[in-house]
Write a protein that binds this ligand. Structure first.
Ligand SMILES: [Zn+2]
Length: 437
């Protein structure tokens, strides 16, 4: 018998690789944070003696979900300014509120709130773009969740710094701090083509290639953005980024709701990834990302919630349902984005977009043990003909019972183990009182 740290027995496992497979009565053997094997429970019992054994009789295990775009700390502005068009929402509500309230403590507390919500709905890795990324990283470190933190770059000052030079200095220092941390990655977050000029974008492109570090940017979010770029630069934003050398397999293009054939050719040619945020696009009436067309063109599409101020939750299972339904409506094809493909979008595709698909995104031997368990025992989920469908088309975010990151348990039977929920609630309440007055 081989001694190991953890053996999780579950009624079902969807490993994502191999594709479209649902395993029954199998187990996952984990040692030192790594998956040793996915195998039948009887065989596992003979082969391994585990320090801890979990039996999840009414549960399905899947890879932990990857929320590939968000602004975690904005949970503190959840519901603060709803039902506004994007420009009005940003210029007259969100940016003034951020100017008044965002500081280090805001980011720390808001990120902790976001992480708690994400773990409780099945996310084990999140990508983030916001001010004071040092605080985002510290909150992620404390909670032991995997994160990709893209430090914000604008051409103008913000609460975090005085301008591009200052952002580069602080961001690169943060990158150095976490160079050897395998749960926290720091990358470049130029906010959008309309807030960052050519010189700064060129610098991002050069540094990213030199350092082999990802770039995360809002792109083609609205029709207005595309029109303005044609007016100002004589070309569509994605063409401008291509000309500046910013597009490569290291680049994550967030939103992409306005896409023509040339844009698709640029995405194909560059190997850049698309991060689809359907609920934010719907709420801000930004348009529709043609997910099915992009997937058929061989472009990698991952999924994100965006910030809680434009969603208003960080439940990636609920985002998956919206994405699946919307893909059918937009393509006019009810077979578009079927359940397994949708789940892959929130797991393996997310890992690919972030450049960590060799580590996570599927439940395979040799990968790190980022896993969630979902309880499927409740009446409203019966009967269970197709587990994958049930995960996508019913509401299962609040039924995620367990979460592990690199083999460490972050939630057990819905109880968070790395975050004190009571203390967090009282911190959030005091922010609400301050911001409301
Ligand atoms: Zn965003």
């Amino acid at each position: 018998m081989t001694p190991i740290d953890l053996l999780i027995n579950a009624r079902w496992i969807i490993p994502v690789v191999p594709e479209n497979r649902i395993l029954k009565d199998c187990a996952i053997a984990i040692h030192q944070g790594e998956i040793l094997a996915v195998l039948p429970q009887e065989e596992a019992a003979k082969r391994y003696s585990a320090t801890r054994v979990d039996y999840l009789h009414e549960h399905v295990l899947t890879p932990g979900l990857i929320n590939a775009h968000g602004h975690a700390a904005m949970t503190l502005l959840r519901g603060y300014a709803d039902d506004q068009p994007l420009n009005d929402w940003l210029n007259n509500h969100i940016w003034p509120a951020e100017k008044q309230w965002v500081d280090e403590q805001f980011v720390r507390d808001g990120t902790e709130l976001a992480i708690a919500e994400m773990i409780k709905s099945g996310t084990t890795c999140f990508a983030d773009m916001y001010f004071f990324p040092e605080q985002t990283a510290q909150a992620a470190l404390d909670a032991h969740i995997r994160s990709h933190i893209y430090f914000t770059i604008f051409d103008f000052p913000c609460a975090w710094g005085s301008g591009p030079e200052d952002y580069f200095t602080k961001g690169l220092a943060l990158h150095d701090t976490f160079r050897d941390n395998d749960l926290i990655n720091i990358g470049f977050g130029p906010h959008a083509p309309y807030t960052v000029g050519d010189e700064t974008l060129k610098k991002v492109a050069v540094l990213a290639q030199e350092m082999d570090t990802p770039i995360h940017i809002h792109l083609h979010e609205t029709a207005q953005e595309v029109e303005d770029s044609i007016q100002q630069y004589g070309m569509r934003p994605i063409q401008r980024l291509m000309d500046l050398g910013l597009l490569s397999p290291l680049t994550q293009c967030v939103h992409m709701t306005q896409i023509n054939d040339l844009d698709i050719a640029i995405l194909q040619q560059s190997g850049a990834h698309v991060i689809h945020c359907p609920e934010s696009n719907l709420k801000l009436a930004s348009g529709f990302c043609p997910v099915e067309t992009l997937l058929n063109a061989g472009i990698n599409v991952a999924l994100g919630t965006d910030g809680a101020a434009s969603n208003n939750d960080l439940d990636l299972f609920s985002e998956l349902k919206t994405a699946a339904l919307l893909a059918k409506a937009v393509s006019g094809n009810a077979a578009a984005l079927e359940a397994h493909t949708a789940l892959r979008m929130a797991t393996l595709n997310g890992a690919k977009a972030l450049g960590i698909d060799h580590l996570v995104g599927s439940l395979e031997t040799g990968k790190q043990a980022d896993i969630i368990a979902i309880h499927l025992g409740d009446l409203d989920l019966q009967p269970l003909y197709n587990i994958a469908s049930q995960l996508i088309y019913t509401h299962v975010g609040h039924r995620v019972s367990h979460a592990w990151v690199k083999g460490k348990c972050l939630m057990q039977n819905r109880e968070l183990l790395t975050i004190n929920e009571r203390e967090l609630k009282s911190k959030v309440r005091s922010w609400q009182e301050k911001i409301q007055n």
